[in-house]
Design a protein around this ligand. Sequence first.
Ligand SMILES: *Cc1c(COP(=O)(O)O)cnc(C)c1O
Length: 383
Amino acid sequence: MRFSSKLDKLPPYLFAEIDKAKRQAKAEGRDVIDLGIGDPDMPTPDFVISALCEAVKDPANHRYAMDQGMPELREEIARWYLRKFGVQLDPETEILPLIGSKEGIAHLPFAVNDPGEVNLVPDPCYPPYRNASVLAGASVYAMGLREENGFLPELDSIPKDVLNKAKIIYLNYPNNPTSAVADYEFFRKVLDFAEKYDLIVVQDMAYSEIVYDGYKAVSILEVDKDKRRSVEFHSLSKTYNMTGWRIGWVCGNKDVIRALAKLKSNIDSGIFQAIQIAGITALRDGDGHIKEMQAVYKRRRDVLVNGLKELGFDVKPPKATFYVWMKVNGSSIEFAKRALEKADIVCTPGIGFGAHGEGYVRFALTLGEDRLKVAVERLKKIV
Ligand SMILES: *Cc1c(COP(=O)(O)O)cnc(C)c1O
């Protein structure tokens, strides 16, 4: 059988060998500490589960949902946004619920791009920005994120001929995998740049609420107040431990939102309504949960970062996200293999997020403090 040549354009999967070694270690009964995946270990809060259980019993929720989501969900998102960022959103035109933010992120270039256009994608990055652009027929320009630049893209180094064809610039702050954050000034600079080259700014804020030490993440819509050319993606996945539920949203520029909604109306039929109702409850009543979650991740962060520092690794405590991005000597794949073979620890090699991720590994803080202490103890074997 022959399949679409689009699939051949996707980058090779680099972790087959490590995945196999991980499966094998687990099958052998070894006590593997898996800090590889960015999926919260803690359960969805009880009050959200209760809301789902009630909603699921109501036959009215069993039918096709509305493509654009329940008005009550969009209104709750607007209240959440105003409370968190002081930004006003029109629930009718400026908010579109998604079946998880990955779904919207991956569909966006199909609604926006034409062949011959270039999307500006950070490197390293969450893979869907790059891969969905490729599948949608756009070319990709990798904006290297370097530590000496705070893992922010260096806009001035992007060639003019690229900019003349550029359509989307992707940003993701707080950042996966580097855990870097961006301030108001940086977003101001991006927006001026986007204005000059007529770009759509796509900012992914999946980690907006996973912040520490009083840091507050900035929304691009605090800067692009008229929503001239920005959209921001949000997700309930990390904020409310709801990765499996599939619910998120995009908000901002109404023309971009309308284009994505039109595309999606041909592909899916919205989020199961009982999940939308549970999502409304999470957004409305979840601020206490967020505080508790932040305290848990902060303690974990301190255990891991302090432990790694004592072992002599070059690592700083992140201001946000549940990732620790650590510099290693040499190949990130070799480091990850050694960590698994010698210490039964899984971490993610940075090169899997793009060429500029080489020389780093990512640890996810998705296990308890006790396990992280054991992980630090075991890593002594590989320093
Ligand atoms: C986890 C993650 C998402 C996705 O979330 P879903 O809403 O579960 O699809 C989006 N962006 C980044 C950077 C993530 O790490």
